[in-house]
Design a protein around this ligand. Structure first.
Ligand SMILES: NC(=O)c1ccc[n+]([C@@H]2O[C@H](COP(=O)([O-])OP(=O)(O)OC[C@H]3O[C@@H](n4cnc5c(N)ncnc54)[C@H](OP(=O)(O)O)[C@@H]3O)[C@@H](O)[C@H]2O)c1
Length: 264
């Protein structure tokens, strides 16, 4: 069947927002969408270390409701609409030691960052997507939604599980009106953030970083592919999912983990 898609410039004319687009996975996703011809806006609390004049940067703390409102207002004021929303920003800052060391603040801040920030951004951008009957929303979750690690990431795993569930519900609501909603659940990605987590485990438990890496690999049950993902590999999947080639895909989760999750 003749599809007639232009892969190299397939996002030309599209306006995309990538949260957490200054580092790690978000930085690679922003570059991937830029390469496909989209106008790309990125957000983070701090400006990118190396300025890229092709990317439009908005500074905001997305763990606060005011930060998400500011991003929605600025994007719609400056660009008039949004076609692609990649809710990439997320992470865990809670201490190791299991349930007993975690307080309400740990739980609340983790849910603000990993669940409520995407919920608020979706709510802000969806009305104009629905009015045009067109748009794509991606939620970057984690395999911890299905394979939780209890030592340092109990709230993070629970928040990502909630995000996957919410993403499915939202898709059921808005897909009939032309907006696709998808979840990407990565396993371990070799980003600065993940490397920082290995350093923290090593420092806290008094072991070498290599041993911390080994420990995390073992707690995951091993990675059949033999290594963590590169951010560009996750970006490639997102680049496909937001493209017209993925037109029939909505309401589902794409796991990208080198085979880590041991079940079908
Ligand atoms: N790395 C992994 O192994 C892994 C595995 C599975 C899933 N994931 C998920 O993949 C996504 C990206 O992770 P990553 O490791 O690539 O992230 P990262 O390298 O730690 O980068 C995080 C990005 O988010 C921004 N950010 C953090 N907190 C923010 C806040 N409160 N408000 C606004 N921006 C904020 C950071 O910039 P500023 O600090 O300047 O704000 C940065 O741009 C996350 O959702 C994560 O949960 C990662």
């Amino acid at each position: 069947m003749e599809q007639g898609f232009n892969f190299s410039n397939e996002l030309s004319g599209k306006i995309a927002l990538v949260t957490g687009g200054t580092k790690g996975t978000g930085k690679s996703i922003a570059q991937r969408l830029l390469n496909a011809g989209a106008t790309v806006i990125i957000t983070a609390r701090n400006a990118p270390e190396q300025a890229n004049s092709h990317l439009h940067f908005i500074a905001a703390d997305l763990s606060q409701s005011a930060g998400t409102q500011e991003v929605v207002s600025k994007v719609l004021e400056q660009f008039g609409r949004l076609d692609i929303l990649v809710n990439n920003m997320g992470g865990s800052k809670t201490p190791g030691g299991g349930f007993a060391v975690l307080n309400d603040e740990d739980w609340e801040s983790t849910f603000q960052t990993n669940l409520l920030a995407p919920v608020r951004l979706d709510r802000g951008f969806l009305p104009q997507m629905l009015a045009r009957g067109n748009g794509v929303i991606i939620h970057i979750a984690s395999i911890q939604a299905r394979l939780p690690l209890f030592d340092a990431t109990l709230p993070y795993a629970a928040a990502k599980a909630a995000l996957v569930n919410y993403s499915k519900s939202l898709s059921n609501e808005v897909s009939p009106k032309g907006v696709r909603v998808l979840t990407v659940s990565p396993g371990w990605i070799q980003t600065d953030g993940a490397t920082g987590m290995m350093k923290e485990i090593a420092a806290r438990t008094g072991i070498a970083i290599e041993d911390a890496i080994q420990q995390v690999m073992e707690s995951l049950g091993g990675i059949p592919y033999g290594r963590p993902a590169q951010p560009e590999e996750v970006a490639e999947l997102v680049g496909f999912l937001v493209s017209p080639r993925a037109n029939y895909l909505t309401g589902t989760t794409f796991v990208i983990d080198g085979g880590t999750i041991p079940t079908i």
